[in-house]
Design a protein around this ligand. Structure first.
Ligand code: AMP
Ligand code: ZN
Length: 107
């Protein structure tokens, strides 16, 4: 499969990892758009945020994604940060494997 984030999850492609658990990885964006720019990525391939079903299962997946993004952001010791998800080509999404951008400003 040609998904770059799946290759990072499986360690076939390199990344500057900052976090990993059983369900997520987080690594530095290769083209940072803020002083600290980290991507939080579920290990299971889901193309885009709007593919999560509008069900309790979808709610759990979204909750886990944002809980993890918040946890990673806290461990980065930032003064403030922004969480962004781009959804669809028109929404600015370039990599079609769900990810939350953490864009932050260090202390
Ligand atoms: P989006 O536009 O929301 O799909 O964001 C995709 C992000 O992934 C961009 O900020 C890219 O710089 C970043 N990106 C693409 N390929 C890699 C890679 N191999 N390692 C780290 N970040 C990447
Ligand atoms: Zn993928």
């Amino acid at each position: 499969m040609g998904c770059v984030f799946c290759r990072i999850v499986s360690k076939e492609a390199p990344a500057r990892m900052v976090y990993e658990d059983e369900a997520f990885v987080a690594f530095h964006d290769i083209r940072p758009k803020a002083p600290v720019h980290v991507l939080v990525v579920p290990k299971v391939h889901v193309a885009t945020l709007s593919d999560y079903p509008d069900t309790e299962e979808g709610e759990r997946a979204l909750g886990a994604l944002f809980r993890t993004a918040n946890r990673v952001a806290r461990t980065l010791g930032l003064r403030g940060y922004r969480l962004t998800v781009n959804v669809g080509e028109e929404g600015g999404q370039e990599v079609f494997h769900v990810h939350v951008h953490i864009m932050g400003w260090p202390r």
